[in-house]
Design a binder for this molecule. Sequence first.
Ligand code: GLN
Length: 533
Amino acid sequence: MKYIFVTGGVVSSLGKGLAAASLGTLLEHRGLKVILQKFDPYLNVDPGTMSPFQHGEVYVLTDGAETDLDLGHYERFTNCVLTRKNNLTSGQVYETVLTKERRGDYLGKTVQVIPHVTDEIKARIRQAGENQPADVVITEIGGTTGDIEGLPFLEAIRQFTLDAGPGNSIIMHVTLVPFIRAAGELKTKPTQQSIAKLREIGLQPQVLICRTEHALDEDVRHKLSMFCNVAQQAVIEGRDVDHTIYEAPLMLQNEGLDDIVCQALHLDVPPADMTDWKRFVRRVVSPRKRVKIAVVGKYIDLQDAYKSIYESLTHAGAANDCGIDLVLADAEEMEEGEAESHLKQAAGILVPGGFGDRGIEGKIAATRYARESGIPYLGLCLGMQVATIEFARHVCGLDRANSTEFDLETPHPVICLLEEQKDVRDKGASMRLGLWETRLTPGTKAREIYGRDEVHERHRHRYEYNMQYRATMEEKGFVIAGTSPDGTLVELIELRDHPWFLACQFHPEFQSKPNLPHPLFRGFIAASLAQGA
Ligand code: GLN
């Protein structure tokens, strides 16, 4: 087993996750089996309890783990199927160590960061490859070199690398090489200093990925090589991509990244044939058609909050030979029932997931507009709950219908707490999470789009459709298009008298890949295209 550790220097948000995922796909295209994982130094046990304002999207895995959004990049860029073992936080490490201490496992010993915390981290590095057979394990360390919280992870890597022996592990450092306009120069000092920080801990990177807005000329490469003690050909230029993040693996391949990594790790494998990837990128970069899709949410200003949704739209666009122009509509600004003015240019309307009552009335207004004007609508999780409330209020005349999440006093709780949730008090990892089966109803649009009778989709919610309203709503054209196998939980709904109105309780955005777009997204874009034509 070979190990690659990805660290970050100078600033955060350099796209370490993308760099790791890009290397992953390059190695996979060389015939290697790759597994990726992320270590996050914060103390939350998982990001499930963090606000999107803090952390961006929470990415949900098949096994129900609530993880960092970089795991979304890993799953989209490679074929690896990740589990809760692939996202470790300091919170989890300390939780494990303290449980062992209370149990008496360390009896007699003083429990310390070295070796007890670092041992736990090293065990997780080893387990990644043991749980799923792989040739290469890529481990990304969150945060920036120099952060206090990151130290135990870097120390664990130092010890691990020593045990693994030469030629079995490398460190790839992703760093910033800023351009100072007044001087007209790229500056290498911040990188030199972050490498010095790593060397202080005993770590020497073998590869540098230099995030830069300008080309790295020979001089700059030479300087970085000399001061950072990295071979000059391993100083890799990581320019900002022109159009899409999916160009990143191709750019890094041009810079020779995968060759250098394979050499350093003594991996004798053929070069990567990226034909399929290039074809996908070409379709994203120069599509023949374009379509405007509105996303109505409350985290519209945050690039990362709906990451998987935006990626899924891109995948579905490429499958339809169509570029996506996003119309980002802030649900909170629509409360006054002015949906139409915000949304009239959109050929399709998507309402994503969310928690809490802020922006709900705006989402309801947007949904009403989509329903009444026959615009294709895709509702995801909260988007399905909102569609239910809207239909109950305005079609079935159930005044003040609502979800008990937003109004405990509502006379018509069309969305209410899952039975299993009634006594749950803890907020962490306590929702209905992960992969669950849905049985599709024969004759529905959903059944036709999926082309199968049952599907497995990822979930993250506490509330659900209230079956007591089924008959009243079905009579008016509300269609239950999918349920849990026992028929008790509504998973998918659609509207009888609408060209394309579909909403699901699950999150299809967590299962879309570049060359394998999710059927619901693909269908939604196809319908929006037809609408816009
Ligand atoms: N807040 C809603 C629930 O808990 C929807 C969750 C979501 O959109 N992920 O059921």
